[in-house]
Design a protein around this ligand. Structure first.
Ligand code: ATR
Length: 292
């Protein structure tokens, strides 16, 4: 249980808005970071229904919240109610972090950058000039694809169950970010096609608990043994894709890192301080262990 005795008239308030939101792991991660750094700040969850979103955003200004995280289903719908967008949020077309700068609300997206930070710090992977295959074409795929393109990837290809969605995202990446990007249907991926990639990023909900007893969406045997295999699903911590990749001897990257690093980047936007990533990791793992 969080010790709330430090709360006072000066405590800055941030939080997360979503529907549903009670399951959020973010309050635990952020409050652990504030406690570790002795910050006079608290993070709470706000259950905001879609029809109340505009009022909730007005509430951020009216109550003087320092900012909020934004989760499903508001990440795109919040954009018209904000004052400014950071470049990555504009390109991704979704906001996961709002900063309140003296009443001016600025939308950021730290999801893609959080993934890149996890890639760099946990896998030692440099995205410059790399060839990437992303599985999935939803919001997470777009955030990661945009950030990889901004970070200098040579090629960001998209494979999706529905090939039309893959084509839409690949077309956007090549037109707006000038990165080579091809689209495939998941079913049409052959080993000859997948062998050249340096990095595979699994962004769909496939393999997420409780439906985790499934074969991988793509057999890692089809990839080069030096490829890094990343999955953004974090329950279970090791998905069937990551397990198969590990058994093949491939390097793997778990989804927890993206979750922690998107939070760490939000922390830095709100506080101007480097986030205590190790503390946030511990808080996240403790919460997940309690849920098991
Ligand atoms: P998010 O914002 O989390 O990325 P989303 O926009 O709903 O979520 O996208 C979900 C992604 O998971 C899509 O790429 C979806 O494929 P389709 O576009 O074909 O629907 C993919 N996905 C979901 N369930 C899947 C399944 N059972 N098999 C393969 N892909 C699946």
């Amino acid at each position: 249980m969080t010790n709330s005795s430090f709360l006072s008239g000066t405590t800055r308030v941030v939080g997360v808005i979503g529907d549903p939101v009670a399951h959020s792991l973010s309050p635990g991660m952020h409050n652990a970071a504030y406690a570790a750094q002795g910050l006079d700040q608290v993070y709470v969850a706000f259950h905001v229904l879609p029809e109340r979103l505009e009022q909730a955003v007005q509430g951020i200004r009216a109550l003087g919240l320092a900012g909020v995280n934004v989760t499903i289903p508001h990440k795109q719908n919040i954009i018209p109610f904000l004052d400014e967008l950071a470049t990555s949020a504009r390109l991704i077309g979704a906001v996961n972090t709002v900063v309140n700068r003296n009443g001016i609300l600025i939308g950021h997206n730290t999801d893609g950058a959080g993934f890149l930070e996890s890639l760099r710090t946990e896998a030692g992977f440099t995205p410059e000039k790399c060839r990437v295959l992303i599985l999935g074409a939803g919001g997470a795929a777009r955030a990661i694809g945009v950030q990889l393109a901004l970070s200098g990837a040579a090629r960001v290809d998209i494979a999706n169950r529905t090939v039309e969605r893959a084509a839409k995202l690949a077309g956007f990446l090549s037109a707006e970010l000038n990165v080579a990007s091809a689209a495939y249907g998941l079913a049409s991926l052959t080993p000859a096609l997948t062998e050249p990639y340096d990095l595979l990023v699994q962004t769909t909900s496939w393999g997420m608990a409780p439906h985790d007893d499934v074969p991988p969406l793509l057999d890692p045997e089809a990839l080069h043994p030096h490829a890094l295999i990343a999955d953004i699903v974090y329950t279970p911590q090791e998905t069937s894709l990551l397990r198969a990749a590990r058994e093949r001897g491939c390097r793997t990257l778990e989804g927890l890192g993206m979750l922690v690093h998107q939070a760490a980047l939000a922390h830095e936007l709100w506080t101007g301080q480097k986030a205590p990533v190790a503390v946030m990791y511990t808080a996240l793992k403790e919460q997940l262990a309690r849920r098991r």
